[in-house]
Design a protein around this ligand. Structure first.
Ligand code: PNS
Length: 160
C-alpha cells in the first residue's frame, strides 16, 4: 500500500491545502495529513483545533487520515511506513526552502522522497497568514477556506 504524508502547519487549512489534498489523494492508497510544528511560526489555532478543521474537511475522502505529530516529519514517515512527502509550492520563491527540507528529510530517512505539487493558479497567492489577516479585520474568508475553517475563524476572531 503506497502511503504519502502531507505535512504542514494548517493554521488554518485553506482552499489551497484542500486542492493539494484532493490531488495527492488521487495518487496514493493512503494519505496522511499531518499537523506538525514549524519552529518559525507561532500558532493562532491550537493543534487540536487545526486537526478538527482538517478532519471536517477530509471527511469525504475515505483514505485520507488526519493526525498531529509532535516530532520530526521523518520519524512520522518511518512510523507510518510512508515513502513520500507531499508539499504544495506556490512559486519559485518557495522552491529553495522546499528543496532544502526535502534533502534534510531524505538524509534523516533514506529513501524518503518529496513530491512538490505546484499550486493551482487560483490559489497560488493564498496563504493561511493572509486568511487570518482578512478574518481578524472582519473580512469574508468564505472564498479562501472551506466552510469548517471559515466557521472556526469567525468564532476565533469574534472572541478577540
Ligand atoms: O505549513 P508549513 O509551516 O510550511 O509546514 C512546515 C512543516 C510543519 C512541514 C515543517 O516545519 C516540519 O516538517 N516540521 C516538523 C519538524 C521537522 O521535521 N523539521 C525538519 C524539516 S527538514
Amino acid at each position: 500500500m503506497a502511503t504519502a504524508i502531507f505535512p504542514g502547519s494548517f493554521d488554518p487549512v485553506t482552499n489551497g491545502h484542500l486542492d493539494v489534498i484532493m490531488r495527492a489523494a488521487g495518487l496514493f492508497d493512503r494519505l496522511i495529513v499531518a499537523v506538525l510544528h514549524n519552529p518559525n511560526k507561532s500558532g493562532t489555532f491550537t493543534v487540536q483545533e487545526r486537526v478538527g478543521m482538517l478532519k471536517c474537511v477530509c471527511k469525504p475522502f475515505a483514505h485520507v487520515q488526519v493526525e498531529a505529530f509532535p516530532g520530526l516529519l521523518a520519524d512520522l514517515a518511518a512510523q507510518r511506513d510512508a515513502r513520500v512527502v507531499i508539499r504544495g509550492v506556490r512559486g519559485a520563491a518557495e522552491l529553495d526552502a522546499e528543496t532544502a527540507m526535502a534533502q534534510v528529510n531524505g538524509k534523516l530517512l533514506p529513501g524518503l522522497e518529496t513530491l512538490l505539487l505546484p499550486a493551482a493558479p487560483e490559489w497560488a497567492g493564498l496563504s493561511a497568514t493572509l486568511v487570518r489577516e482578512v478574518a481578524a479585520f472582519g473580512g469574508d474568508v468564505g472564498k479562501f477556506v472551506p466552510p469548517c475553517a471559515a466557521q472556526a475563524l469567525q468564532r476565533h476572531f469574534s472572541r478577540q
